[in-house]
Design a protein around this ligand. Structure first.
Ligand code: FAD
Length: 656
């Protein structure tokens, strides 16, 4: 493995040869194209699984670049980060080393939907990520632009499908591999837009990927077009913070990673954020200059939940919109105005910014811009993120129509694991909707597709109370170790210890029973509402807001004292107690869904011609396109009727 000694030409690259007997060197197990948030997770996950991996990306100095907002996490996104971490992924650990303001969102709601979030120092994140990537065993990093894919004849068991066996770089050189993962973000035929000007670029300062986009189209992939945008960056010393609402970070900070008890920086040393709002003068500038703004007029879909200020003014006129002024880093002179993504001509951007309270004298250092790019309809990939069309070719990240670093990272880790498992001919590692937010994200993409940039929300998840940030390790670390091999022994042992301690703690809490009047004596601050005659379990007392493991252990030191020694265990027991009764019912529902998921549909079924099952032409086409792997997934495809599902079910049972 390479790493710190990275040089531009790591190994002599072979030339593409028509001679099939020519040596296929250099040869890797897995090639990952793209060093963004999906690519870094994919490459390190494949390497952790034991695959000799090559990360090919345009520039090593942009590995880990945050193209837009200087923050990670949030509602739903924080859950994805905990799950990536549970699979030993990178982004959570790097955020614990690079944040400048940590805050948990949704605190007023239950812990199941708390959103871990942090403002991140861009420079530090990139540095820490590059250090990690360049020191990962089995991972080679190489600069280069991939232009084309090398395809070979199908494997015997998958007749008809071709298989990827390597990549061609822009200089014509070739590298071979058993599996290839594409994580090219917004770069496929990327076009940057400011005002009426458009020019080809993957993001500001980076070339687009045109050749690769053409290759994918020629192979028959269904390609769509999406857009997104980023705000201008403002000089910090030109802002009048003294008149704005200040937001301070949490004390103590909650780390993202299960491996950390704390983050690298004390709360008192963290940086604040500030809140301001737009006003009617901003609306006026937007509306008066629409003719100078081609991005906003484009019919291509942009991110619904992170729209440009122009889209907000058009959709919700006469409203004041929030603008968060976020630090870009500890020693950065820039401020990121979240909520003011815009594509007006550069000279008008400053005019608009200076209408906003606190920004009257603001200096724009870098203008906002939009980007339009190709994405691939994600119904063309399986839940392991391998494409239906080309064997051993995987897609992850924004290329699949998602938006956001966390969504990209979550897909990256799954693609990396599966590309590696494919090399060793092991069964795919699939996370179901009942196991994690990652499962919901991938199931939504592969069964429903998306026509606008997809982002994660807690509301997309059916089993929110079970799929919590606190228990992601119990849900995924054990499987990640046993079924994927992507989790370290140390992390696995810690998760096993936590699981057995929680089970033991819950059963002990269930076994301690007193009358409500006795509890009243033991813990005077809680008034237990129950019939006097019935005994009350310690687990039920722990559900009360005023009670925690410390107060319970003070009341009943033996056997509870030992569960207060580990802070994380004590806090997790409290959360388990909070959800205990509802979880019982949810578990029954989860079992029902898992039964449907266990009913696998035959892989080689030809929905268009099969005669033994009664399906309408429309349903046949939908199944043919999405190729669901289970009855559960088929039932979630829009337009696949309950009657069709029953017929499919009968068919599956008779063919088994
Ligand atoms: P990226 O992080 O884009 O990484 C792609 C990588 O692939 C890059 O390293 C690139 O150099 C490399 N690459 C591409 N093609 C090739 C090739 N042919 N050969 C070799 N290397 C290649 N997200 C939000 O959540 N909200 C927003 O408001 C938002 N706004 C955005 C605005 C802009 C202008 C941009 C560019 C992105 C925005 N994003 C936003 C999206 C966010 O940046 C992405 O979701 C996230 O970075 C996607 O990660 P990724 O790994 O898929 O791709």
């Amino acid at each position: 493995w390479v790493a710190a000694s990275f040089t531009k030409q790591q190994f002599p690259l072979a030339r593409l040869s028509s001679d099939s007997a020519a040596p296929r060197t250099p040869h890797f197990d897995v090639i990952v194209i793209g060093g963004g948030h999906a690519g870094t997770e994919a490459a390190t996950a494949a390497a952790r699984c034991g695959s000799r991996t090559l990360l090919l990306t345009h520039r090593v100095d942009t590995i880990g670049q945050m193209s837009c907002n200087p923050s990670f996490g949030g509602i739903g996104k924080g859950h994805l980060m905990r799950e990536v971490d549970a699979l030993d992924g990178l982004c959570s650990r790097i955020c614990d080393q690079s944040g400048v303001h940590y805050k948990v969102l949704n605190r007023r709601k239950g812990p199941a939907v708390w959103g871990l979030r942090a403002q991140i120092d861009r420079k530090l994140y990139k540095q820490n990520m590059q250090k990690e990537i360049l020191n990962t065993p089995l991972l080679t990093v190489q600069e280069g632009a991939v232009e084309d894919l090398i395809l070979t004849e199908p494997e015997p068991e998958h007749t008809g499908k071709c298989r990827v066996s390597g990549v061609v770089l822009v200089d014509g050189s070739t590298v071979y591999a058993e599996s290839v993962i594409l994580t090219t973000g917004t770069f496929l035929r990327g076009m940057i837009v400011i005002g009426l000007e458009m020019h080809p670029a993957g993001r500001l300062g980076d070339q687009p990927s045109v050749g690769l986009a053409q290759t994918l189209e020629k192979l028959g992939f269904l390609v769509g077009r999406l857009k997104t945008g980023t705000p201008p960056r403002i000089a910090k010393d030109s802002i009048n913070f003294s008149i704005l609402n200040k937001q301070t970070p949490d004390n103590p900070s909650v780390p993202f990673s299960f491996t950390n008890e704390t983050v690298w920086i004390k709360p008192e040393d963290q940086l604040p954020c500030y809140l301001t709002h737009t006003n009617p003068r901003v609306d006026e500038i937007v509306l008066k200059n629409l003719h100078l703004n081609s991005h906003v007029k484009e019919t291509t879909r942009g991110p619904r939940y992170c729209p440009s200020i122009e889209s907000k003014v058009l959709r919700f006129p006469n409203r004041l919109h929030q603008v968060w002024l976020e630090p870009e880093g500890m020693d950065s002179d820039l401020i990121y105005p979240q909520g003011l993504s815009m594509t007006l001509p550069a000279e008008l951007q400053e005019k608009m910014i200076t209408c906003v309270r606190g920004l009257e004298k603001a200096k724009v250092i870098q203008p906002g811009y939009g980007v339009q790019y190709d994405y691939l309809d994600p119904r063309q990939i399986t839940p392991s993120l391998e494409t239906h069309l080309v064997q051993r070719l995987f897609f992850a990240g924004q290329i699949n129509g998602t938006t956001g670093y966390e969504e990209a990272a979550a897909q990256g880790v799954i693609a990396g694991i599966n590309a590696s498992l494919r090399v060793s001919r092991k069964p795919p590692f699939v996370v179901s909707r009942t196991e994690g937010y990652i499962g919901v994200l991938i199931d939504d993409l592969t069964t429903l597709g998306t026509s606008e940039p997809y982002r994660m929300f807690t509301s997309r998840v059916e089993f929110r109370l079970s799929l919590r940030p606190d228990n992601a390790d119990i849900r995924l670390t054990l499987r990640g170790y046993k079924d994927a091999g992507c989790v370290s022994q140390q992390r696995y042992e810690r998760a096993c210890w936590m699981k057995s301690s929680l089970e033991e703690g819950i059963s002990v809490l269930k076994s301690i029973e007193f009358s409500s009047s006795k509890w009243k004596n033991l813990i005077p601050e809680v008034s237990i509402s129950t019939s006097r005659s019935l005994p009350v379990r310690a687990l039920d007392v722990l559900k009360y807001e005023e009670v925690d493991m410390d107060s319970l252990a003070k009341a009943v030191p033996e056997p509870l004292k030992k569960y207060t020694k580990c802070r994380e265990l004590a806090e997790r027991l409290k959360i388990e107690a909070t959800y205990e009764s509802v979880l019982f019912h949810q578990l029954q529902e989860i079992k029902g869904v898992q039964q449907d998921e266990a009913l696998q549909l035959p892989k080689d079924i030809d929905y268009l011609t099969i005669r033994d099952v009664s399906l309408s032409h429309e349903v046949r086409e939908k199944l043919h396109f999405s190729r669901p792997q289970t009855i559960g997934a088929a039932s979630r495809i829009p337009g696949v009727t309950p009657a069709a599902i029953i017929n499919l079910l009968r068919f599956v049972k008779t063919t088994r």
